[in-house]
Write a protein that binds this ligand. Structure first.
Ligand code: ZN
Length: 452
């Protein structure tokens, strides 16, 4: 392993890395890293040379039977066109001093970072990290200041024997660029004012795409809310019934993107209840879902939400969505006969009032699904016995539950019941093969009662 880099082929064709001591592996990787940065530097500088010679009377590309300098590099190195484009962009970032046709001498750009590249202190990633924030501002700041930043960043990369991490370079470059860029804030404000947007697309495969560009503070406000819903105690969510056996039985299988979606849904469900929102025809803006009497009776098939997507028309949605929104009271449910005549309008009767909500919060504290931890203020109240089946809007029939667990409760295989006025849950069989009912909330630490 000691002379590993010189003998890469033998390393790659044997299990030498699998069996080597840790220090040897680290030394080997450090050596390969040195080599990697030098190779990248050569390709970046080389790309600049091939492009220059292709643009000159020599026509390096044409005389090599290629249509472009990019193709020359693809053919000679096996790299993808996008990789060659990246080398090209980086090489143009660090142009050497040159004499133009007019005789004018153009100063080198980022000469110190160029030297850090050519001496192998940084590779393509390091160069990109260091120069990207500076490329944006270089035309509106004093060249002398820019040269100073170039020196500082190059020194960061060369003073230590170990390679500097790209994130360190990027952070430093961004910080220095921000300090230099005095006109930046005004310019950015103008760009943000023009560019801000949020568009709701057209439903496809059961989903409605959204697209847009948020202003930084808007994105920040959203991020704070998403974080507070997704990770209220800084702990990963997951069900733990056997805390002492050391097994990782975390069951929240949602991706981060899915969790963000559910958190946004949670926020949107909370908004209509906020005071002083603009009214819509004298009422708080509520989501209206249409379903036929037949659909409501069978609990299956399609419902529709008027104006849910960018088309502004009635958008079909599985009845499960109607059942969920119909349970928590920020909606009206409209049942109509086949001829379109409205036969049932469901609204206030299934909304838990403030006093009831307060009592339920005191009892359940957070989402009743174990391990969820979504705080009470972000929870909905679920009718344990469905309103349609005669369940009352009463504290003895309402439990705190987060948007995600409410929406997919049955699909995920959870069951909830009230036992002597307190909620109990039964997990899906893949979480709890015994299928016991478990107490919830502050009582969840107690042992589960088998089949009780
Ligand atoms: Zn939950």
């Amino acid at each position: 392993m000691a002379h590993a880099v010189a003998d890469l082929r033998s390393i790659l064709t044997t299990d030498a890395l699998d069996t080597a001591a840790r220090d040897d592996v680290l030394r080997f990787l450090t050596g390969v890293g040195d080599l990697y940065r030098q190779v990248e530097a050569t390709l970046v500088i080389g790309t600049g040379v091939i492009e220059k010679r292709s643009a000159s009377a020599e026509r390096f590309d044409v005389s090599s039977d290629c249509r472009s300098a990019n193709e020359v590099l693809q053919r000679t190195t096996g790299a993808a066109p996008t990789t060659v484009k990246r080398w090209s962009r980086l090489s143009s970032t660090i142009k050497p001093e040159r004499t133009l046709a007019s005789g004018e001498v153009r100063a080198a750009e980022f000469p110190a970072l160029r030297e850090a590249l050519t001496t192998g202190a940084i590779g393509a990633d390091g160069l990109e990290a260091a120069t990207r924030p500076l490329r944006e501002i270089k035309d509106r700041v004093d060249p002398a200041d820019l040269a100073e930043v170039d020196d500082v960043l190059a020194a960061m990369a060369t003073t230590s024997g170990a390679p500097v991490m790209c994130d360190t370079l990027r952070d430093a470059s961004l910080r220095l660029a921000t300090e230099l860029d005095i006109t930046g804030p005004e310019l950015e404000e103008e760009q943000a004012m023009r560019g801000r947007s949020l568009r709701i697309g057209v439903k496809r495969n059961g989903l409605v795409p959204i697209q847009g560009n948020l202003m930084v503070e808007t994105a920040g406000a959203l991020s704070v809310l998403l974080d507070s819903i997704n990770n209220p105690h800084g702990k990963p969510a997951g069900v733990k019934f056997r805390p002492s056996d050391g097994e990782d039985d975390s069951t929240d299988v949602r991706t981060m993107a899915q969790r963000n979606h559910d958190a946004l849904a949670t926020i949107l469900a909370a908004v209509p209840g906020a005071p002083d929102l603009p009214l819509n025809g004298g009422n708080a803006p509520v989501l209206v879902i249409h379903a036929t009497e037949e659909t409501v009776r069978t609990g299956a098939g399609w419902a529709s939400i008027p104006g849910a997507d960018g088309t502004g028309t009635d958008v079909p949605v599985p009845f499960a969505a109607a059942e969920h929104v119909g349970c928590c009271g920020t909606v009206q449910r409209l049942a109509s006969a086949a001829n379109g005549k409205i036969i049932k309008l469901t609204v206030a009767s299934r909304v838990f009032n403030t006093d009831q909500r307060r009592v339920i919060i005191a009892r359940d504290r957070s989402c009743v699904i174990p391990g969820c931890h979504t705080p009470a203020r972000w929870c909905e109240i679920h009718h344990v016995t469905e309103w349609a089946n005669g369940g009352k809007t009463d504290v003895s029939n309402g439990v705190l539950i987060c948007w995600h667990h409410h929406r997919f409760l049955e699909r995920m295989g959870w069951a909830i019941r009230m036992n002597d006025g307190v909620p109990e849950v039964r997990p899906p069989d893949w979480i709890d093969p015994i299928q016991a009912w478990h107490p919830t909330g502050p009582r969840a630490v107690a042992r589960p009662k088998r089949g009780a």
